[in-house]
Design a protein around this ligand. Structure first.
Ligand code: TXA
Ligand code: MG
Length: 353
């Protein structure tokens, strides 16, 4: 891996200046990698039509070669060349939720290099809403393949410093424009059949998709089954792991959960662990003073917890805690996405320790 100088370009999140974005957009177009903010997480972009550029993403991230990437465009017209056809189902879902945190898996056209889709006959496409992502893609003038801009297995980046920590010295540009609004990656939905199948839950919920499509698979109990036998290749890998071990306090009753957190923290501290806690203010009462806390809001709220989760994992790592106690929430609505990421972070499978 060649070490390079990484230029950090700060832009306004709502009205980024073209002159600041242009050098990065041209580099992107010409085959270099650029990390950029989106409304979900920061992405690591490459020209999706340039197989060598996309191959470099796998190297830089340490990403397994069988895990395909999402291609980002700014409008439906620009995705048409990438797919076999825009089916009525895909059109309905894009019209309802794009630009925004929805990714649709569709049959791919020959224009999309195999390295983007890891040899699959489908391609995942997303139309982001973040003004900086949109302007960068427009200026580059090419579709942009972009996984999350973290080293493979680490928490997805929702702040520019997360990207810097993982990728500085490995890529030429990081575009910085504040916090990612949703903080969890897009909802990935397979629309190659008549019934949409959720491959990865996100802030666009199963209920919202059902409302538009009339039906949906892969929610609730089926989602857990999907996690075991993943159709979305990326879902089988260890993900979102901070260096600390993660445990979940998941008593459904808030008062009982607060007691659960307190007891877990007491026991861990007695065992000589350095403890971090992530939860809402009402959960974190009477904790031992040694515990380091990151609070996402006053009361239980999956959207607020999801927006802060990955940042909290990284901040608690920086505070050098050895165990993170994280608040478990109901699997309903956005809770499905939050709990999906949290369970993966807590999974001790394949964990190098
Ligand atoms: O919000 C997001 O989706 C962010 C931002 C940057 O757009 N991107 C992101 O990319 O999370 P990544 O690579 O970390 O996750 C992409 C997911 C993986 O689980 C991958 O396996 C799945 O989408 N995926 C990509 N192409 C697919 C395909 N053709 N069929 C099934 N799953 C696919
Ligand atoms: Mg990722």
């Amino acid at each position: 891996m060649t070490v390079m100088n990484t230029q950090i370009i700060r832009v306004d999140a709502e009205h980024p200046s073209d002159s600041l974005l242009l050098p990065a957009a041209m580099a992107l177009r010409q085959g270099q990698l650029v990390a950029f903010p989106t409304e979900t997480v920061y992405g690591l972009g490459a020209n999706a039509l340039d197989a060598a550029a996309v191959r470099a993403i796998y190297d830089v991230k340490g990403r397994p070669g069988d895990n395909p990437m999402i291609v980002h465009v700014t409008c439906i017209a620009d995705l048409l060349p990438l797919v076999q056809a825009l089916t009525p189902l895909a059109e309905k879902l894009f019209k309802a939720f794009s630009p925004g945190p929805l990714t649709l898996v569709m049959l791919k056209s020959p224009e999309v290099p195999d390295v983007v889709t890891a040899g699959l006959d489908t391609v995942a496409v997303r139309i982001p809403s973040h003004p900086v992502a949109r302007r960068l893609i427009e200026l580059a003038g090419v579709p942009v393949a972009a996984p999350s801009a973290n080293r493979s297995g680490r928490p997805s980046p929702t702040r520019a410093w997360h990207v810097e920590l993982d990728l500085a010295g490995r890529i030429p540009f990081i575009i910085e424009a504040g916090n990612s609004e949703f903080g969890l990656e897009s909802t990935v939905v397979d629309v190659t059949a008549d019934v949409p199948v959720i491959l990865r839950p996100g802030t666009i919920t199963a209920a919202a998709i059902r409302e538009i499509a009339g039906t949906v698979l892969g929610a609730g109990a089926e989602m857990a089954a999907n996690d075991r036998a993943p159709r979305s290749p990326g879902m089988k890998y260890r993900h979102y792991a901070p260096r600390a071990k993660v445990v979940i306090a998941d008593n459904p009753d808030l008062t009982a959960r607060a007691l659960q957190v307190r007891q877990m923290a007491d026991n861990l501290i007695t065992d000589g662990q350095r403890v971090g806690v992530f939860g809402c203010a009402e959960l974190l009462t009477e904790l031992p003073e040694q515990a380091v806390t990151v609070i996402y809001g006053q009361t239980p709220d999956a959207a607020a917890a999801g927006a802060l989760l990955f940042d909290a994992l990284r901040r608690l790592d920086q505070a050098k805690v050895t165990v993170i106690i994280a608040e478990g929430l109901s699997d309903r609505g956005v809770g499905a996405a939050y709990m999906n990421r949290l369970r993966k972070a807590a999974d001790t499978m394949n964990k190098e320790k």
